[in-house]
Design a protein around this ligand. Structure first.
Ligand code: ZN
Length: 285
């Protein structure tokens, strides 16, 4: 198993509280690029197994990590993929995965500051499936075979932008710069007891807002890979934000403000810690 992290833009493996530069431990400079590392994820298991004898690049404590997958070609978001969240949103349970995009320019690391772009900026903790190999017309039963691993993601959403106008178009309201904190590590699937049952939660200023498990997903990861790949060709490094459990701000009538601390956690995945900062809103006409 491996935990792939991004240290100063270079791919590294996390092991025993330290990070190991991937190009250095492999002797292969092309593996310095996190996107190459994701596409060659099968080799990372072996390399991770040899880290006990390697010299670490440094300690994990105190370093600022980048996004494990910093330049995805495509980022899919799935709406209303937990029944309770569909209910709190006043929407019926979907019959196909409700799919939007977070434009890849919103993707940032696990501790990036998030801008408050308006009065309705909201949290959505999610498990993100990272595509590991090109996928087209994949069968549901083979879905996991196309996934390199899992990480946490925050599908930060400016509800005013997301739901503006008729019909609403979700993608821009979810794509302000830094609206996609991810990480802290891309964790290989063999690190999980059950890849279809991963706990995830979200705290705002220390108060638990969301607490769910991926076994409650309406459309599972393999179903999402199969469905998306029946329409789009998926590429290594593509991200699938699999949906958020109930407890978002929109349902509570509570939104994020400057100075808030957003902490998102996942079983075996680690934590995202994001501070809310002042940020410009969208142009209005
Ligand atoms: Zn979402």
């Amino acid at each position: 198993m491996f935990r792939l992290v991004n240290v100063d833009g270079r791919a590294a493996l996390e092991h025993d509280g330290s990070w190991f530069d991937l190009a250095t431990v492999s002797g292969d400079d092309t593996l310095a690029d996190p996107m190459v590392a994701v596409a060659r994820h099968q080799e990372l298991h072996d390399l991770a197994g040899r880290l006990g004898a390697a010299v670490p690049g440094g300690a994990m404590a105190g370093i600022t990590l980048g996004a494990p997958v910093p330049r995805p070609r495509q980022v899919f978001g799935i709406g209303l993929n937990y029944a309770e969240h569909a209910g709190e949103s006043g929407q019926p349970v979907p019959t196909v995965p409700l799919t939007f995009t977070k434009f890849p320019s919103c993707i940032v690391g696990p501790t990036a500051d998030v801008p408050v772009t308006g009065p309705m900026v909201d949290w959505e903790v999610e498990v993100v499936a990272v595509i590991g190999s090109a996928a087209s017309h994949v069968a549901v039963a083979d879905g996991w075979n196309y996934v390199a691993g899992l990480m946490l993601g925050q599908d930060v959403s400016d509800r005013a932008v997301q739901l503006s106008d008729t019909p609403p178009q979700f993608s821009l309201g979810k794509s302000f710069t830094a609206f996609g904190p991810t990480g802290p590590a891309l964790v290989s699937l063999d690190a999980f007891a059950d890849t279809d049952n991963v706990g995830l939660w979200c705290d705002v200023n220390g108060e638990r807002m969301q607490d769910g498990r991926t076994n409650d997903l309406i459309f599972s990861v393999p179903q999402l890979v199969a469905y998306l790949s029946s329409i789009c060709t998926l590429y290594p490094g593509d991200l699938v934000f699999t949906g958020t459990p109930s407890g978002v701000g929109l349902a509570r009538g509570q939104f994020l403000a400057v100075g808030d601390e957003l902490v998102s956690g996942g079983e075996g995945l680690g934590e995202l810690r994001n501070r809310l900062v002042e940020g410009p809103g969208p142009l209005t006409f």
